[in-house]
Design a protein around this ligand. Sequence first.
Ligand SMILES: [Zn+2]
Length: 288
Amino acid sequence: MPELPEVETVVRGLRLLLPGRTILDVRLGKVDFVDDPASLAESLPGKRIVDVARLGKFICVALEPGKDLSGAAGVSESRLNFIVHLGMTGQLTVKSAGDPVKSHTHCFFGLDDGQEIRYRDIRRFGRMLVVPESGMREFLGHLGREPLEIGAEEFCKEFSSRRARVKALLLDQRVLRGVGNIYADESLFRARLHPARIAASLTKKQMLALHRAVREILEAAIHFRGSSISDYVDAKGMRGKFQQQHRVYQRKGKACFRCRGKIRRVIVAGRSSYFCPRCQPAPRARKK
Ligand SMILES: [Zn+2]
């Protein structure tokens, strides 16, 4: 499932390709992941792409009115945001209109330079919607803090009062936006914290270590252009390389790179969690 580094890699790729382009037409296939397909198909043609940004795990393509293709006059339009969440298996790529189309490609957005944005999603757990600039505050209101921007003190404040397990908090998009299972596990390993620790039980030093670990892991993963576990590809359809750097994620039974102990897998907060029992001691063992 694409997490922050994968989405950031896609966004950086799109940012090189899209700003300045105008969307000419929209063709939709299966649309059960689109909030309002009719409005999407109606509102995008004629719009000029001005920027591409990441909001947690959402890709946000900022559009301004541009040339009016419909001929409708006098309609005052402000900036729109075309927002895409890749879900489990979503891929947002830019291809030449003549390039072969892969199966499970559901949406095509034709551009004025002969290329098109394609959305492919095998499992269709993604999401696509259009949000006017005036609705962005409400949209962002559901999302937590940006993990690459939150300061150490604020991070400690978010975590120190919570009775939830630290793994569950890392995954909670209302606390931090963009961290998922891979980077939660890798961050906890780096910070030497067991995933089932209660956040409020962490010492200040441990919380600061976790804050630093989250940031370092995410930055390293962006550097390696994300982790391609299953379907993730960047804006040009290329796979990431950070999966080769994973220390615990999906390494059950393999040797810990730090202590040579065996990596284990447990369920914490309903999610599988990979950790090293020696490097990340369990909460109960610590109390002895
Ligand atoms: Zn270890």
